[in-house]
Ligand binder design. Structure first.
Ligand code: C2O
Length: 546
């Protein structure tokens, strides 16, 4: 196995999009950032040097970080941030994982521009469980703001109103030629007649689930979140922020130019969102040149409507592991977490309109009515390891404080969650089941819920209130998909299972960044096991000081 050394210099770089140049935080001057390519079993040492004026950390989204929680990256969870002028080397090994993952800043909203692909090829001598494609192309879906993302997040945090919506979606950093002032900046992906191309699609957008299609070309879906699937064919996929999907396309259409396009899947009612479409161009290398002066518009796919939940449901229900998988049974920790929005600091007997600023009232979000507050002095992992009191408590509730109709009107106390820093403790090796239930408080919404440090099996999903007496009859305990981020259906629920074999502190949160900013997060504290392979390594010497 190899050790790959990289330097990531975080710095302000002028980037021009939509005819405007803005000073943008990048890694090594690149937007999106560099693609990391490794083999299963390799180790990575990424030395992050912070030359920006912001605090920064980098998270390796989907890497399990077995025994190396210190390298996971979320600020004030597993480390204090790298201060301007500081540096930190993230050291970790890829153990039994292959496929498409990614890395991103995990500090404020810097990940808007600080992100890149992390591709894990099979170990030397082993191969994909499907025919190797002639080409492979990472496709990073993103969001671009003309404003500085740090200004956008300030609005989301401190004003009563939601953040500004982005000015464009992007594919590999480019909005594409459907946006004005962008037509020379479209990403072109080559293909040849009869060739196959493995597209490694990553949703790195901040706040938007996205549909993705390629005109006239079907996808064979082979993996999600670096876990293989039983291959199936579809013309459209949907990814929440954080999720990845690997699809194979074949050059089986008449030589020409075809748009690859992504557009929003939006479920929150009455919420402003950017309803535009980003494009790249799939171009047959043998395509005839257009006659001079005649524009040749690529063929456009017909994307689903922004609120097309049935298409999303049929896609997620097609995801199956290739064979029987070891789903844990005899559950030790039966958890039920609500995920939803709320409001903060409202007057007594409020109407929602009175709670949306400017009088110190604002949006909030919670799990089990606790709105997560990041510590600001120590990381939770350091505080735990050094026995420092007062940073967090371990009384995160395993079930909501009161049960209610999660898809109906509920009392005002549940609209106003309590801000706090609470973790839930798990014994090493516990078998965990979590029901994730969307609430319709403020608005029902599809939430992409991500857990650090673990993959999990998604054994069921549905709409309405989860019913513990009948819904378990339909759990898939045979071949459910394995993921690190689950899209909890709007006004519905998902059930996940995993075994807590990785010691450390692991953030679980909605990957819509506006929701994590509002508190839709919690953390698990997984205690050490007994053997050397079951205990957290000691903290690295260069861990940034708090
Ligand atoms: Cu992809 Cu906590 O993040």
């Amino acid at each position: 196995a190899d050790v790959h050394y990289h330097d990531f210099v975080v710095q302000a770089t002028p980037v021009k999009r939509l005819c405007k140049t803005r000073s943008t935080i990048t890694v090594n001057g690149q937007y999106p950032g560099p693609t990391l390519e490794v083999n299963n079993g390799d180790a990575l040492v990424v030395n992050v040097v912070n030359r920006s004026r912001y605090n920064v950390t980098i998270h390796w989204h989907g890497i399990r970080q077995l025994r190396t929680a210190w390298a996971d990256g979320p600020e004030f969870i597993t480390q204090c941030p790298i201060r301007p002028g500081g540096s930190y080397a993230y050291r970790f090994t890829i153990e039994d994982q292959e496929g498409t993952l990614w890395w991103h800043a995990h500090s404020s909203w810097l990940r808007a521009t600080v992100y890149g692909a992390l591709i894990i090829y099979p170990a030397p001598g082993s191969s994909y469980p499907f025919p190797t494609a002639d080409r492979e192309t990472p496709i990073l879906l993103g969001e671009w703001w003309n404003a500085d993302p740090i200004t956008v997040v300030r609005q989301a945090t401190f004003s009563g109103s939601p953040p500004n919506v982005s000015d464009a979606y992007t594919i590999n950093g480019q909005p594409g030629d459907l946006y004005s002032c962008s037509n020379t900046e479209t990403t072109v992906v080559p293909i040849n007649t009869g060739e196959t191309n493995l597209l490694r699609v990553i949703n790195s957008a901040m706040n938007q689930e996205l549909f993705f299609m390629v005109a006239n070309h079907d996808f064979t879906v082979v993996a999600v979140d670096a876990s293989y699937l039983r291959p199936f064919t579809t013309s459209v996929i949907m990814l929440g922020p954080g999720q990845t999907t690997d699809v194979i396309i074949t050059g089986d259409q008449s030589p020409g130019r075809y748009y690859m396009a992504a557009s929003p899947y939006q479920t929150a009612q009455n919420a402003a969102f950017d309803n535009t479409t980003t494009t790249a161009i799939l171009e047959y290398k043998s395509a005839p040149c257009p006659a001079r002066g005649v524009p040749s518009y690529p063929v456009m796919p017909s994307l689903p409507a922004f609120n097309d939940t049935p298409t999303v449901t049929s896609f997620t229900q097609s995801l199956k592991s290739p064979q029987q998988v070891p789903v844990p049974t005899d559950i030790d920790e039966n958890l039920f977490f609500t995920v939803g929005l709320g409001l903060f600091n409202c007057p007594p007997n409020f109407t929602p309109a009175q709670c949306q600023g400017p009088n110190g009232t604002r949006f909030t979000a919670s799990m089990n009515n606790v709105s997560f507050v990041l510590p600001s002095t120590y990381s939770i992992l350091q505080a735990y390891q050094q026995g420092i009191q007062g940073v967090f408590t371990t009384d995160f509730p395993p079930v909501p404080p009161v049960q209610f109709d999660y898809t109906g009107n509920v009392s005002q106390s549940l609209w106003q969650p309590v801000p706090d820093t609470k973790v839930y403790k798990l014994k090493f090796g516990s078998k965990v089941q979590i029901v994730l239930q969307d609430t319709s408080i403020v608005s029902g919404e599809n939430h992409p819920i991500h857990i650090h440090g673990y993959d999990f099996f998604i054994i069921g999903e549905g709409f309405g209130n989860f019913d513990p007496s009948t819904d378990p009859d339909n759990f898939n305990l045979v071949d459910p998909p394995r993921r690190n981020t689950v899209g909890v259906p709007v006004n519905g629920w998902s059930v996940i299972r995993f075994v807590a074999y990785n010691p450390g502190v692991w953030l679980m949160h909605c990957h819509l960044d506006v929701h994590i900013t509002w508190g839709l997060a919690m953390a698990f504290l997984v205690e050490n096991g007994v053997g050397e392979l079951e205990t957290l390594e000691p903290p690295p010497a260069d861990l940034p000081p708090c």
